[in-house]
Design a protein around this ligand. Structure first.
Ligand SMILES: [Zn+2]
Length: 165
């Protein structure tokens, strides 16, 4: 019985360490420690982290460190999260537009990142039909809703999950 509790505590301690390690790169030196980061800043940081993760994952896949099934599943999750963040950023932008100065500063980075995520989504959509979509436990590449391997269209957004034959 004590073995179970000890294992649980070790697991929790490891989780804390992992979360701390994951969060550290997001808290760059540019972030003032006294000010809590705004939601927008947090999203921007997460988007950058996701772009890096996708890049790393692609590299691991090319170097055969990750198998096809894991690669497709992980990539789909990352791209879906990336599109969620873009959507939330767009919503924030509509609700409270950034100052013109701030927007001008960010524009170059934003354009590059947006293009990269969009390219990643496009690549995924191309490969999803042949590899990822027909498998169980997959989600719609357009909206992220769970879809069945037999579905031809996403029940939520109507996205064509399989090419018409
Ligand atoms: Zn959908």
């Amino acid at each position: 019985m004590t073995f179970g509790i000890g294992t649980l505590l070790i697991g929790l301690a490891l989780l804390v360490v992992v979360v701390a390690l994951v969060m550290m790169p997001l808290l760059g030196p540019k972030t003032p420690p006294a000010q809590p980061a705004s939601r927008r800043d947090a999203l921007e940081a997460e988007r950058a982290a996701i772009v890096r993760s996708i890049r790393d994952l692609d590299f691991d896949y090319r170097t055969h460190k990750v198998n096809e099934a894991d690669y497709q599943a992980l990539r789909l999750g990352l791209v879906q999260r990336g599109t969620d963040i873009l959507r939330e950023l767009d919503a924030l932008e509509e609700a409270a537009p950034a100052s013109a100065q701030e927007a001008a500063q960010d524009r170059d980075d934003d354009a590059a990142l947006d293009a990269e995520i969009e390219a990643a989504v496009a690549r995924l959509r191309q490969s999803a039909f042949s590899v990822a979509a027909p498998r169980a436990g997959m989600v719609c590449p357009a909206c992220g809703s769970p879809v069945l391997p037999t579905d031809r269209f996403c029940a939520k957004c109507g996205y064509a999950l399989r090419p018409q034959t």
